[in-house]
Ligand binder design. Structure first.
Ligand SMILES: [Mg+2]
Length: 275
């Protein structure tokens, strides 16, 4: 993918526009979001027994470091925005939804507690959570997106939530006062199978859809000021095995997520010096 970002007269994102029908899709078997590991035994809240969360969930929920990293990341993202008086034409930002704008740690806690039907992650219990529309918005994300609006930018939320739950996702965002102009969910890989369990998690065609302007029903390409997400693949052209460090803190801003991600299926590599 040919990318080049700019803000306020610096570098512009210039993505080759692909016809949506010609975009290759790369469905992956694992959907968003994978489960927190069942590190804690099932503990009903009413049992009186202390719930011991997985370290990753504990960190995400309570650490000052997590809040600081979100503040830091969204400050960096804001620095990429054109000024309010920019004359450079229409522009947009592209943000992920889960663990970027919406906080799903309540769902992850259900998994960690392990009570039915949350013994482990499934597309069904994930979709059920999404349809509750109870995810909270991260205040740092809302402030950033309001600033985008203030400066005249467009907002695309590109999510790997299933298109079958896109309506509820939009409703959840509205309830949380998250501004957006386009919400692009993941299409079912086999919509005729009758099984809502497999979606196309490749975001690249949707990034192109945003850049082309079509996602906003605009006739001309839109400059993309910055991408924000908690997964390496929320940044164009990036993956666990193809990673370009200088894209980060510039074109792309990455948020911390030690709970789940495309990293968690990678084989562990022991530290040097491990007996
Ligand atoms: Mg995410």
């Amino acid at each position: 993918m040919d990318t080049g970002l700019r803000t306020s007269g610096i570098a512009l994102l210039s993505l080759a526009v692909l016809a949506s029908s010609g975009c290759a899709t790369q469905p992956t078997p694992r959907q968003t979001p994978p489960a927190v590991a069942a590190e804690a035994a099932a503990v009903p809240p009413e049992s009186g027994k202390a719930f011991v969360p997985p370290t990753s969930l504990h960190w995400f929920r309570v650490s000052a470091e997590r809040r600081a990293l979100f503040a830091q990341a969204y400050r960096q993202a804001t620095a990429r925005l054109p000024g309010v008086d920019s004359q450079e034409g229409p522009w947009a930002v592209v943000v992920d939804a889960d663990e970027t704008v919406l906080d799903n740690m309540a769902y992850q806690e259900r998994l960690a507690r392990g009570l039915p039907p949350y013994e482990k992650w499934s597309q069904e219990n994930w979709n059920a959570w999404v349809k509750e529309e109870k995810a909270l918005a991260f205040p740092e994300a809302v402030a950033f997106l309001n600033e985008v609006r203030l400066r005249g930018g467009l907002i695309a939320i590109v999510s790997n939530r299933s298109e079958t739950t896109c309506k509820e996702t939009g409703s959840n965002l509205v309830k949380q006062k998250v501004p957006y102009d386009a919400l692009l969910c993941a299409k079912l890989v086999n919509p005729n199978s009758g099984v809502d369990g497999s979606v196309d998690t490749n975001k690249e065609p949707r990034f192109q859809w945003v850049h082309s302007g079509e996602a906003f029903k605009r006739p001309t390409p839109i400059r993309l000021a910055v991408f924000v997400g908690d997964n390496i693949k929320d940044c164009p052209g990036q993956s666990q095995t193809s990673f370009t460090a200088d894209k980060f803190g510039t074109e792309c801003i990455v948020l911390p997520n030690p709970v789940y991600g495309s990293w968690d299926t990678r084989p562990y590599v022991p530290s040097e010096g491990t007996p």
